[in-house]
Design a protein around this ligand. Sequence first.
Ligand code: NAD
Ligand code: DAU
Length: 349
Amino acid sequence: MKKLLITGGAGFIGSHVVRLFVNKYKDYQVYNLDKLTYAGNLENLRDVENADNYHFLKIDIVDEEAVFKLFSEHRFDGIIHLAAESHVDRSIANPMEFIYTNIVGTVNLLNAARQSWKDDMDQHLFYHVSTDEVYGSLDDGGYFTEETPYDPQSPYSASKAGSDHFVRAYHNTYGLPVVISNCSNNYGPNQFPEKLLPLFINNIRNNKPLPVYGKGDNVRDWLFVVDHARAIDDIYHKGKVGETYNIGGFNEWKNLDLIKLLCKVMDNKLGREAGSSEKLITYVKDRAGHDLRYAIDANKIMHELGWQPSLQFEEGLEKTVDWYLSNQTWLDNVTSGAYQQYYEVQYGE
Ligand code: NAD
Ligand code: DAU
């Protein structure tokens, strides 16, 4: 039996990664470490919570003592590290949480792994899950490759870039076996409705305004979350130690085009008159330092590891809308309480 630690497994992407590993690898004991912040939700894992090879640990990665205690109790074969503060707007409002969790929390895990694995380092792997935002912003041409220099623009991306640098530094300095991936925007079930797609799905459902930042001409490169989880599986098992892999589906959308497509799908699903959701579009003040365009060159992972996205975007979007509409209790539960306060501060109502 192998012991795998997945951090941030109660969050959006982490829950899909936990599900994939628990179901696919019966010879792994999967330990899901999560602090359960506003973004962590054990409901995301109802279907696997009773599996024999699944365990939950409520731990804050910023708590050095708790992290070291965990590593003294378990010898993990590997770590897939996803726990993070992940929302750009929150990082603009409160950068310190991002520095604590994304940088200090990551370094705590690196130190604990280094200590625990010191006698047989090469038998282990520290996999750090990062973002394309560390590369900064593109104009109309070109792609982010694994060689693109880091140029983070928001407190969130600066904190993720900082964590990536520490992971590489521990590989170079101490020989810790690491691998890093940098993925584009994910969408799909279980995403917290502060991010564009679930926020807008929820607002359309409730006939609330759709707050488009600036003119809506920023471009994002969208990947279905299950395809990201499949890529993480491939990289964990087949990736080369010390390497970086960019993950994306060559699927760029201008925000306004994406929002209009979403409105069409929602009108259709809700049986509303064509064009009614589009009327909810409201242009609001732009995000400070708003990156214009992200676009991933995913040739390395496609050619070296044979990974391919499994879904066309239109199909993935329909699946996503269907999930939120048939899981309205999930949406209602996560949008009550503290989320309401966040919404009032962010959008002023
Ligand atoms: P999320 O916000 O949905 O989930 C983050 C999880 O981490 C939550 O379960 C939360 O409780 C947990 N967490 C936060 N702080 C913690 C702490 N101090 N200790 C322990 N657990 C803590 O995030 P997500 O969108 O699922 O992103 C997961 C990872 O993937 C992040 O590292 C993010 O940077 C990266 N990523 C996200 C995207 C995307 O589009 N969402 C794209 C590329 C990379
Ligand atoms: O690229 C990967 C990154 O994608 C991840 O690392 C982040 O964790 C994830 O949050 C995401 O970052 P973005 O900032 O691109 O995602 P968000 O959903 O916040 O915004 C997508 C686009 O939509 C962006 O251009 C801002 C815009 N937007 C967003 C919100 C929340 C709006 O126009 N209005 C909104 O209300």
